[in-house]
Design a protein around this ligand. Structure first.
Ligand SMILES: Cc1ncc(COP(=O)(O)O)c(C=O)c1O
Length: 253
């Protein structure tokens, strides 16, 4: 069974963020089920899913109430679009719930199928917003080096991952990158507080450099993900101050 699936996988399935030579030689890891915070592979190994899928299985696996809700909805109305002034009750209710939970100034939701699509959309939206406000020159977006904002063309252009930029041909124009607040790798022993302020100041300097009238938005991950996460050491068991960066294997994952 494993070998059949791996052979079919090798023959037909293009994986994102994978080294195809290694995949071909070693075969893919086959995940067959999951429960709570664990995934199970086809060898019966139960693995703690520290990455929560791709940071998106926040509620855990095997939640019966989600299975029931999805089953009910698939029977009633499995799909309809929301173009051309159309809507449907579950989407409206979800939008309302999200706005209730979000900070007060966030009061509208635009649904997408992935983080990459969300960031593509946000880039178009922010540029359109300023154009409609009568400021069509306010189009530049500031992002951070080593940030990850997705793998579509706009997502990787907004992101600051040099290896992805090197792969991708011309990037979406009008996106500038400033330094990341990467204390562990770039502070050179500097006081963390002072280093943080210096990185924050880099944003202001870039806005002044480009001209406020040309800058449409700044995009950043509230907590850096794919580029590596830096934790204050006291948050890690047995730590004694300082910070530690946790880096994921190839491709930043
Ligand atoms: C901060 C951030 N933005 C965007 C994305 C892209 O999301 P998706 O993989 O759903 O396209 C990710 C994915 O890991 C992410 O961590």
């Amino acid at each position: 069974m494993t070998h059949d699936i791996q052979a079919l996988d090798r023959a037909h399935y293009l994986h994102p963020f994978s080294d195809f030579k290694a995949l071909g030689e070693e075969g893919s890891r086959v995940i067959v089920s999951a429960e709570g915070v664990y995934i199970v592979d086809d060898q019966g190994n139960r693995i703690l899913d520290g990455m929560a899928g791709l940071w998106c299985v926040n509620l855990g696996y095997g939640r019966e109430e989600l299975v029931d809700a999805a089953t009910r909805q698939l029977r009633e109305l499995p799909y309809y679009n929301s173009f051309f002034k159309t809507t449907h009750p579950p989407a409206v209710k979800l939008a309302e719930t999200l706005c209730r939970l979000a900070p007060a100034h966030i009061n509208r939701v635009f649904f997408t199928g992935s983080g990459s699509e969300a960031n593509d959309t946000v880039l178009r939206m922010v540029r359109r917003y300023w154009a409609l406000k009568g400021r069509p020159d306010k189009q530049l977006v500031i992002a951070r080096e080593n940030a990850y904002h997705g793998s579509t063309v706009a997502g990787m252009s907004l992101g600051g991952m040099a290896p992805m930029h090197a792969q991708g041909g011309p990037l979406v124009p009008g996106i500038c990158h400033i330094r990341q607040p990467y204390w562990f790798g770039e502070a050179d022993g500097q006081d963390p507080e002072a280093f943080g302020r210096e990185c924050a100041a880099a944003l202001e300097e870039k806005i002044l450099d480009l001209g406020e009238e040309r800058v449409a938005a700044f995009i950043a991950e509230p907590v850096q993900g794919a580029g590596g996460r830096s934790f204050p050491r006291e948050l890690l068991a047995g730590g004694q101050g300082g910070a530690r960066q946790v880096r994921c294997p190839a491709g930043g994952r």
